[in-house]
Write a protein that binds this ligand. Structure first.
Ligand code: PMP
Length: 411
């Protein structure tokens, strides 16, 4: 964290989020479900509305004014995303529906082309189902083997075991930058470098990183990086796959259809250049265009300032929750994004979530699409509070009061 970072003016930021200013069950909304999806600032909503009110047209193939405007705005987001993650080439940015589709694209396309019987794919014990199941599916198809980096008691990856898992059989390593259930920030630079020494390519699931952490794909030297727009103040239904150009060029298309072709005859189709080879069909034009405003929102605040504010909230919440008798924190890694999971002995997490909702507090409960991780901790699920740049300590106090009341009432 930079000491030169200007502090966040939370009230000014909150004013930009219309959804936050409402009552839920008679109480002011406290939105702590940011890891599932965060809220959208007015500039994103306005960009979406503006597109449909003024510019709506299909892109790339039209010569009329609206089609040109829509195409230009769509490609502006591609450039903005290139800058956001410091990709070397614009054509390394492929628009998808989000992280899930990005991972499926790589597992399917790269996996079919380059995985063979006996090869190994390594994922980690901290992965979301969307970074497990696509690999399981392709491993089954290609008769490859899935290996898993284990997780320690505090929720960090055991890198000593990872080093031992790596071999010349390892073809792909797929891990998240930050865990959605525990908040753990993984040492991805080291993970990538070790994988490269073994000759494997690396995919990073950046779903929980893009709103919080500085991302530089050239510095990381990752081969693939996946982002969902809706986890970084942008609309749902879009996101990107970053891939190194030389790898994307070698990979076969994921879907066939319009836009991904150069020439089609019944005998043979030649495929389009990057990035269009991987963008078959009409994409989610309006949401991609609005995503540019989400990037602007983050860039205007600066990731360092966002991180400083969120980290303060995380430490405050974790310390106070841990001090409540009956509460057990799940996930206490040293390096974390602003996610805190916890359980209360003797009370089901669904009941806790429901009772907090009656107080206007939105948290997520359940396994968070990380069932193997929950199994590792011997639990079915957790209550997860995840904090964003527009949250406050006063809101955390309301959560703490709610938790204390629930324990008093139900025990
Ligand atoms: N990976 C992680 C770590 C996530 O948190 C999520 C969303 N919960 C995903 C993958 C899937 O993202 P999406 O649903 O946007 O495709």
């Amino acid at each position: 964290m930079s000491t030169l970072t200007a502090p966040i003016d939370v009230e000014k930021i909150r004013a930009q989020f219309p959804v936050l200013h409402q009552f839920v069950n008679g109480k002011p909304l406290v939105y702590f479900d940011n890891a599932a999806t965060n809220q959208k600032p007015k500039q994103v909503i306005d960009a979406l509305t503006h597109y449909y009110e003024h510019d709506n047209a299909n892109i790339h193939r039209g010569i009329h004014t609206l089609a040109e405007r829509a195409t230009k705005a769509y490609e502006i987001t591609r450039h903005a995303m290139q800058g956001f993650i410091n990709a070397k080439h614009t054509e390394e940015i492929i628009f998808t529906r989000g992280v899930t589709e990005s991972i499926n694209l790589v597992a399917s396309s790269y996996g079919r082309a380059f995985l063979n019987s006996g090869d190994e794919v390594i994922v980690s014990g901290l992965e979301h189902h969307s970074n497990i199941v696509p690999w399981q599916m392709i491993c089954e198809e290609r008769k490859a083997v899935l290996r898993v980096i284990p997780v320690t008691a505090v929720g960090e990856l055991d890198l000593d075991v990872y080093r031992k898992l790596l071999s010349n059989k390892t073809k792909v390593v797929a891990v998240n930058h930050a865990s959605n259930s525990l908040g753990t920030i993984n040492p991805v630079k080291e993970i990538i470098s070790l994988a490269h020494q073994a000759g494997a390519v690396v995919l990073i699931d950046g779903a929980q990183a893009s709103a919080h952490l500085h991302i530089d794909v050239q510095e990381l030297d990752c081969d693939f990086y996946c982002i969902s727009s809706h986890k970084m103040y942008g609309p749902t239904g879009t996101g990107i796959l970053y891939g190194k150009k030389e790898l994307l060029e070698k990979m076969p298309p994921y879907m066939g259809g319009g836009e991904m072709i150069k020439d089609v005859t019944y005998a043979k189709t030649t495929y389009n250049d990057l990035p269009y080879k991987f963008e078959a069909g009409t994409p989610n034009i309006g949401d991609v265009i609005a995503l540019n405003e989400a990037i602007n929102f983050i860039n205007n605040l600066g990731k360092a300032a966002i991180d400083a504010h969120e980290h303060e909230l995380l430490v405050y919440a974790a310390d106070k929750l841990a001090a409540i008798k009956g509460v057990r924190l799940i996930g206490t890694a040293k390096e974390k994004v602003s996610v805190q999971s916890f359980v209360i002995e003797g009370i089901h997490h669904f009941d806790i979530g429901q009772m907090l909702d009656t107080r206007g507090i939105a948290v997520r409960t359940g396994h968070h699409c990380t069932q193997p991780l929950m199994d590792h901790f011997g639990i079915e699920g957790t209550v997860r509070a995840s904090f964003s740049v527009y949250n406050t300590k006063a809101e955390i106090d309301q959560l703490l009061e709610g938790v204390e009341r629930i324990i008093k009432f139900l025990k």
